[in-house]
Structure formats: structure tokens, C-alpha cells
Design a protein. Sequence first.
Length: 173
Amino acid sequence: MQEVYEQLFCLLIFIVTGILIGLLFDIFRILRKSFHTSDIITYIQDILFWLLAGSMMLFSIFTFNHGEIRSYVFIGILIGIIIYMLAISRFFVKFSVKIIQFFKKVLSYPIHLIEKIIKIILIKPALWIVKKGKIIFSSKKLHNFTKNSKKLTETIKNKGKKKEFYKKCRKNT
């Protein structure tokens, strides 16, 4: 008779294990609904889910059933998953997604504020310095160009004066 009670206890333990596996599955579903991830991250999450679910099952089997795999182990896990999916899952997912969306909204304000502060303190002055540097650089070029053009016009005028001077000198001789 005691063996029957032990098997019923183990069945209840594996029903709880099935509920926990269903909860773990929903946690991954909630993460996918709340945060858009790439395909690679989704594959990694799937592998992680199966590793965690398998570890939970093995832990329960070795801890509560002395490593013996019986039919009631799988029946209990299946019943637990079904109970969770039918009774709890829908409410847990909706509630969790709403909580995550609330926290995303609450946290988005300080993050947006920090972005604005960084933009005002770091980015705008850096852009202003770069812009001023371009203006200074271009005004230096402009200054050098006007300076050089003045020299050029002076040399052209001087050459013309020199030619006139030489012409006068030739006429006088």
C-alpha cells in the first residue's frame, strides 16, 4: 500500500514538474512577444528551453523516483503541462506582457532623457567644434587665397611696370 502512495506522490511531483515546464515555456513566449529578436537568438532560446526542460525532468526523475523511468512519470508531466496550458497560461502570458510593456514605457522616459542629455552635452558641442573647425579652415584658405592673389596681382602689375620701364629706357637710348 505504501508503494501506491509513493507512486501517487511521484505522480503529483511530475504534475508539478509539468506545470513548471509549461511556465518555463511561457517565459520564453513572453520574451518573444515583448522583445523582437533575430532568428539566431530564437534558435538559441529554443535550445536553452530544451536544455532547461530536460534538466528539470532529469532532476525530478533522479530526486523523487530514484532514476527509474516509469509510465506515470511521462503521464504526470503531460498532465501538468496540459493543466498549466488550459488553466494558467493565458492569464500568465497576458499579465506578464502587460507588466513588461509597462516597465518598457516607464524605463523609456529616463533612457530618452539620457539620450537627450548626451546629445546636448556631447554631440552638439562636438558638431559645433567640427563645423567651426571647417569654417576656420576654410576662412584660412580664403585668407591665404586672397593674400596670394594680392601678391599675384602685385607681381603682374610690377611686371607690367617693369616692361613699361624697360620700354621707356629703350626709347631713351
